[in-house]
Structures are given as C-alpha cells and as structure tokens.
Design a protein around this ligand. Sequence first.
Ligand SMILES: C[S@@+](CC[C@H](N)C(=O)[O-])C[C@H]1O[C@@H](n2cnc3c(N)ncnc32)[C@H](O)[C@@H]1O
Length: 264
Amino acid sequence: MYVTKPPSQHFDREGVLLPEQRGGVAWSQFNRSYAALQTDDWRQINASRRYSLPVRALRWVIARFLHQKDALRGLGTKRKLFAPLPVKRDPDIVFFGAEVGWEASLLQALFGDGGRVVLVDADPAAYQRYLDAPRTLQVGDLTLTRDPDRIEYVQADFFDWQEQGAFDVGLDWGLIEHFKGERKHAVLQRFAECLRPDGLQITAVPRDTYGMRAFYWLFADELNFGYRELHTPRELATILDAAGLRVVARHNTPDTCVVASRPQ
Ligand SMILES: C[S@@+](CC[C@H](N)C(=O)[O-])C[C@H]1O[C@@H](n2cnc3c(N)ncnc32)[C@H](O)[C@@H]1O
C-alpha cells in the first residue's frame, strides 16, 4: 500500500468533512478540480505554474494523452472490464460516490436498462457535475444514455441512506482507497447490505505501480485533495475478504484494480 503525495497546493484541509464517513478528502475541491482536468484546454496544463522543465514536459505529454484518449473517464477500458462480469439482465444498480454516474449507464448499455439506477453522492459539486454532463456519450459502438427522469439521484451520505437488499449490482469506483484502515470494511459492509443475496459489488481502486505513484506526484495539484491509498490486486482482494465479501472475479489494468464480489 502506498499513500499518494504531496498534497495539492490548492488543498484546504477545512474542506475535509466527516472523514470517518466520507474519507479523508475535501470532495468539493477534488470534484471541481477533476472536472476541470477533463474539460479545460490541456495545452494550458502548465499555465501560470512553476514546475521544472522535465516536469512541465511530462505533464504536457500525459495531459495530451488523457484528453485524446478520454483516459480519465476511461469508459472504453471499463466496458472491457464490465462485459465478462456475471451481471443479470436489466439489473437494479446502486452507485456509491457516483459523481456523474457514467459507469451505471455503461452497465445498462451492456446488460439492459430495464432496472433502477440509484446514484448516491453527498457532495454538491458532484451533483453539479451530474447536472452538467451530456445526456449521451458514445463508447465505440455503444451509446450510453443518462435519462434524468429514470435516474434516482440521492444527495446524501451513504451512512445515512440505505435500501437493504434492494439491488443486483453495487458500484464503487475510486472510493474506498480514501478511507483509512478498517473504515474501508465498514464502508464495504454498508454497500453489501444494499445487495440482494445474489447481488454483485464492483469495486475499483487505483493500482500501486511506480507509474501510478509518479502520476499522482506529477498531477498532485489537480488530484491530491486529501488521503488516497494505491493498492496491489492482492491487497484489494484481502480488503474485500476482511470486509466479509466473497471475491468472484478480479481484473486489473496497468492503472486500476477491479474486484467483483458477493455478500457471504
Ligand atoms: C473519487 S469520487 C468518485 C470518482 C468517480 N467514481 C470517478 O472515478 O470519476 C468519490 C465520490 O464519493 C463521494 N462520497 C464519499 N463518501 C461518501 C459518502 N459517505 N456518502 C456519499 N458520497 C460519498 C464523494 O463526494 C465523491 O464525489
């Protein structure tokens, strides 16, 4: 396990709210900065910042790659990761820490859109990103659709909101690595309680590689607004196991570890 560093020069610790429940991150600061990294002109990535020449060059090359490949959203890769998972047709989906919630739309495009979609996020800036996002997005030959009339957006803390045993799929993507130690287990147990007995929880965290350590160092100012761990695939499986979830599938990319698990 590796903790990313340094903090962003824009990080204000006052913005970290309820770290035991929401992780040690100033989410509004992160969400605004993350949206800007995706939408602002990548050619301006080093504008009015003092970095050494090699760092500027690396940031420029990576920012160009991220924009040209839409790699931060990474929905093409997520499509390949989701497609083989044992998800039932027309699943009822709950997405914890959803922000825009594209991953739920991707699951609907792959497995049918006859079920419910509930997006849960407590941060107002995350909800604003949801409102601002387009209605459709093309991922190869797959059209992702977000119909606000059919999406239930819950602006609440998932420790205050719950529908027990109501969902076929739970999603958490880029979330549990922001919780320290055993708080991760409490979060995952909370998610498991929302699943039907044959439900599937899909969990993803950034992978602990030298490349990812360097990425979060290079883009610290845009991304490091609090606490974040990087994990190896084995560590992630151990975390799920300790939380009482049964791992049924594991997939890894160079930057992400993904595990599908079921309640025991
Ligand atoms: C890293 S963001 C999600 C990133 C997004 N899935 C992605 O990969 O682009 C995690 C989100 O979880 C939300 N969150 C964290 N703890 C929460 C809680 N206890 N209840 C509701 N939302 C929470 C934050 O507000 C934040 O928007």
